[in-house]
Design a binder for this molecule. Structure first.
Ligand code: MN
Length: 207
């Protein structure tokens, strides 16, 4: 049903990512910022439902823009929360995911270097993603501005890193680089592996 998205709870306590991401940042980020995107997406979808009912699509361009921004904002954050875990539970990637990373980025360290560089280089607010691209049968890194710009369609994100200032400014101030480097201590590679496995179920029509 249109416009009924809800804010999911975090899969861990607000302080679970300490010391790399602080509790206060997590509370504001999840409870206020993420909620704003859920509400924005619902509003856009409700607007489209009303437009279908009345047959008046004068506002469709505006509504689609809201849906792209807030919908990406909502879904990116859901992935981001699940992509992280307490540093006490950290373990390196393994199996099929690690093999694919080595195939597409030469080594795990080279992948981390490329992903981190992309995250640090985002101009203004944005995200870094590791995506499965069924079109090329490969993992790729992509860096989005805002929540949704500069993407490559049909790419399926499996790992997301939020580099908006609201994600790190309280603890790191302007030092985005340190925040990005610390992210490697709290990546939930088991979750990334599940996303990778799911993404591979989609078969691109052109081989
Ligand atoms: Mn955010």
């Amino acid at each position: 049903m249109a416009g009924t998205h809800t804010l999911p709870e975090l899969p861990y306590a607000y302080d679970a990512l300490e010391p790399y991401i602080d509790e206060q940042t997590m509370r504001l980020h999840h409870d206020k910022h993420h909620l704003g995107y859920v509400n924005g997406l619902n509003k856009a979808e409700q607007g489209m439902a009303e437009a279908r009912k009345s047959g008046n699509f004068d506002q469709i361009q505006h509504l689609e823009r809201l849906a792209a921004f807030h919908g990406s904002g909502h879904f990116n954050h859901v992935m981001f929360w699940n992509n992280m875990c307490s540093p006490n539970n950290y373990s390196d990637p393994s199996g099929d995911l690690l093999n694919q990373i080595k195939k597409d980025f030469d080594s795990f360290d080279s992948f981390k270097a490329q992903f981190a560089a992309a995250a640090k280089a985002v101009e203004g607010s944005g995200w870094a993603f590791l995506c499965w691209q069924p079109g090329g049968n490969q993992l790729v890194t992509l860096a989005a501005e805002n929540h949704q710009k500069q993407t490559q369609f049909t790419a399926i994100p499996v790992l997301a890193l939020d580099v908006w200032e609201h994600a790190y400014y309280l603890k790191y101030q302007n030092n985005r680089g340190q925040y990005v480097d610390n992210f490697w201590n709290i990546v939930n590679w088991k979750d990334v592996a599940r996303n990778f496995e799911s993404a591979q179920q989609y078969k691109f029509p052109v081989k």
